[in-house]
Design a protein around this ligand. Structure first.
Ligand SMILES: Nc1ncnc2c1ncn2[C@@H]1O[C@H](COP(=O)(O)OP(=O)(O)OP(=O)(O)O)[C@@H](O)[C@H]1O
Ligand SMILES: [Mg+2]
Length: 443
């Protein structure tokens, strides 16, 4: 199969300038842009494995250019410079950090062609399609569990009925809800997400159902609620288990009649919105304990789906880490190039109680703190702890490092929520702050 070799060329010398400097770029489909800004736009739409930077005045030293190259590190960049600029330390450093190869003018065109071909070949060896262009879907992963979930979502999306999404914290329930909406005939309508546990109980009724003028002090005029705002689209009720019982009755009514009453209102308002609900609690248990209406539970659970925890789809770890690495590439140090085999092994052994959110947190911290070319297990705080280490480090140090790891794990699991982490660790918030200061862990 002959693949077209595409080249993105950034230059302010125009197509003729490229020809004059580089000769005939036969065999390449060249897209020429005149600025970093224009290159950003092109790369947001299309993937280029190889890029050429014709730099007349040392623009590579500018912060914006460096930031751009760092964000697009999956493109193999080749630079062409005036030789007299190469004594500048900053330019030399930038070339060494960001470029696959460089040439000086006058360009040896044969060598340039070799270098472009080499960059293309290397790019084909490594799969470098950036994730945002890889698929139009939200849910990444190729494991059996995630394929099943996607197939399930496709079927459910087509049916205009309520959906109940279950799954552990951080496993991707909200993402699944967005995907159901995006694949459904309502995709062009609004997707409105509400966390039922995060709105104060006194406000949740009027937030969801709206109110009419004079319903309470301060209600100066009629206001539509979030359910009405989702008309024509979907409303995502996250943590539905936290919905107070009286509102459960109103919601049930809406599911049955497709109409609502605003607070203080006497007339019904017809609303065409699909309800997608999610919960990480065991709803049948909540029903048994009288905290959740049984009729609402049955109404919602016509199509229950479960987002698998990360530990049931560890095959996806390499792909997910690559996606996260690319997504947060502009936060990392320039010399960091990827993730080590040891780190991937340590990840495969970890159980990921905080699921993908924990993975994102660990990766982001590691990307900022790593000091080598590749992320190592200790950068992810996933270093193995065995007896040998205890013997080597002595009991006090081992205790300290176990304490540090426990705090770190808990913060990662709880998305840095101090109160939740303190509960998780069985200490007070003050104690947790003190321990974090002791171990130099930033909040
Ligand atoms: N399959 C996936 N591919 C890529 N990113 C994912 C995937 N699943 C989840 N994420 C990311 O993980 C994070 C957590 O996902 P999400 O908020 O959907 O989880 P959740 O189950 O709603 O969590 P919680 O129960 O804590 O509300 C988000 O940043 C999301 O973008
Ligand atoms: Mg959520």
């Amino acid at each position: 199969m002959v693949s077209v070799k595409r080249l993105l060329c950034i230059t302010n010398e125009g197509n003729s300038g490229v020809r004059a400097a580089c000769g005939d770029l036969r065999g390449w489909d060249v897209c020429t842009v005149d600025s970093i800004h224009a290159a950003r736009k092109v790369l947001a739409q299309q993937h280029y494995a190889v890029g050429l930077l014709l730099d007349a005045g040392g623009s590579l030293e500018q912060d914006d250019t460096e930031r751009f190259l760092q964000q697009h590190h999956h493109v193999r960049w080749i630079g062409v410079f005036n030789a007299d600029l190469l004594h500048r330390p900053q330019l030399r450093q930038a070339i060494a950090t960001h470029l696959f190869d460089f040439h000086t003018r006058p360009v040896d065109t044969v060598r340039l062609h070799h270098s472009l071909g080499h960059a293309h070949g290397m790019a084909m060896l490594a799969r470098t399609t950036p994730p945002h262009l890889r698929s139009a879907r939200h849910i990444d992963g190729e494991s059996a569990a995630i394929r099943r979930l996607r197939a399930h979502i496709d079927k459910i999306a087509a049916v205009d009925a309520p959906v109940l999404i279950g799954g552990e914290s951080g496993s991707g329930k909200e993402l699944a809800a967005q995907e159901i909406h995006a694949q459904s005939p309502r995709a062009r309508g609004p997707f409105i997400a509400i966390n039922c546990g995060a709105i104060p109980p006194g406000l949740i009724h009027s937030e969801l159902f709206g109110y009419e003028r004079g319903a309470f002090t301060g209600a100066g005029k009629d206001k539509a609620g979030l359910i009405e705002a989702a008309s024509g689209g979907s409303i995502f009720l996250d943590e539905i288990g936290d919905l107070p019982l009286d509102l459960q009755a109103s919601l049930l009514r809406f599911l049955q009649e497709r109409t609502i009453y605003r607070v203080g209102g006497t007339r019904t308002v017809a609303v065409d919105a699909r309800v997608i609900a999610a919960t990480h609690v065991d709803l049948p248990k909540a029903v048994a304990e009288g905290r959740f209406r049984e009729d609402l539970y049955y109404r919602l659970s016509v199509f229950p789906i479960r987002v698998p925890p990360l530990r049931e789809r560890k095959d996806d770890l390499p792909m997910l880490t690559e996606i996260i690495f690319n997504k947060y590439a502009d936060e990392k140090s320039p010399q960091l190039k990827g993730i080590s085999k040891q780190a991937l092994r340590a990840m495969a052994q970890h159980d990921w109680p905080g699921n993908i959110r924990e993975l994102i947190n660990r990766m982001r911290r590691a990307m900022v703190l790593a000091e080598h070319r590749l992320i190592m297990p200790e950068d992810l705080e996933l270093a193995p702890k065995d007896d040998a280490i205890i013997l080597r480090d002595g009991l006090d140090n081992s205790r300290g490092s176990a304490e540090r790891t426990a705090i770190w794990n808990s913060l990662a699991k709880c998305g840095n929520n101090i109160s939740q982490a303190a509960r998780d660790l069985g200490v007070s918030r003050m104690t947790l702050y003190r321990l974090m200061a002791k171990h130099s862990i930033a909040p």
